[in-house]
Design a protein around this ligand. Sequence first.
Ligand SMILES: [Zn+2]
Ligand SMILES: [Zn+2]
Ligand SMILES: [Zn+2]
Length: 336
Amino acid sequence: MVGVIVSDSEKELLIFLVEKGVERLEPSITPEGIKYNNIDQFENWRETISLLNSLEEREYLTGEDYDRAIICPSCDSPHVYSRYACPTDRSIFIKKIILLRHEPDGYSGELENFEQKGRLVCPKCGKDLGSAHDKETWGPNLKEIGYSFECEHNGHRFERPLVVHYCPLCGSTFDYRTARYVPLKAYTLSQKTYDMVKNTADTEKLIKPIIDFLYQNELQIQYGFEIKGVSGSTHQFDLAATIGPSLLLIDYSFGDSQELVALLGKKLDIPGAEAALIDFFDNEELLNLGKVYNIPIIDTGKKNWITTLQNVIEKMKQVPVEKKETPRRRLWERRR
Ligand SMILES: [Zn+2]
Ligand SMILES: [Zn+2]
Ligand SMILES: [Zn+2]
């Protein structure tokens, strides 16, 4: 397959979720940031969110509007508390005043005026009307008729307080004008993810004999290999194997000759590297084309695949170890 559609870390995450049987990820706001269930062990929540976003863009996840978070404009933390404040001087030291009326005698006043040792007593008729702290105990004649707010320091009276946010992480106070109000998404794994994970598992099974053979011959292996060509562009390979200074670049193919053409193009940009195509599809035409392009086709369905691979490895082993260091060292010694 040309190019890596998902990076190793993305693939790892998706495989982890599928294997764990997680179908859906939901966000929650915690003191440590926005965390998603089942993957809250990932340290950096911002990176996790951008990872999830980018997987959604490529349809490995289906996003769904789920919640909103107030984000501190100074430090980006979503763990924010709210306070009420006086609209005149922005003081948060305000109190809510509840207005009550005792219906039989019409006495109206603030709850505070009724309060006596935890009980509510009508200041006009002196009747006990219930507990000051439990509305359930109030008699049917005691009515709440309204409320207002009072600024405790400066006595300002108002009906609607300002809502100000406080970030305990950096200590800043802000309101709706500067706050970032961001959508939080829930994600569901898409069919594409299940297919990808299955393909990965299948591919791993298919290439296992090849991998084993490479290891037996003491080659080092790297999946999802990236290398910069002489043209300056970066090329991606499904697999790379190295021994000494020699590099073998491998792509997988499901019988598609385009894979071979692409591999040839990439190989030409990386002088000195060997290339081989692993074909899972048993394509005869590809075998012939491989001879023309001088790229061995390794098809584990064919008996001779070991010989083909062995030849490549022999060729790699013949490359002498470059003596890059020698002249430099000589100069150094001479100077001393
Ligand atoms: Zn903050
Ligand atoms: Zn009364
Ligand atoms: Zn005030």
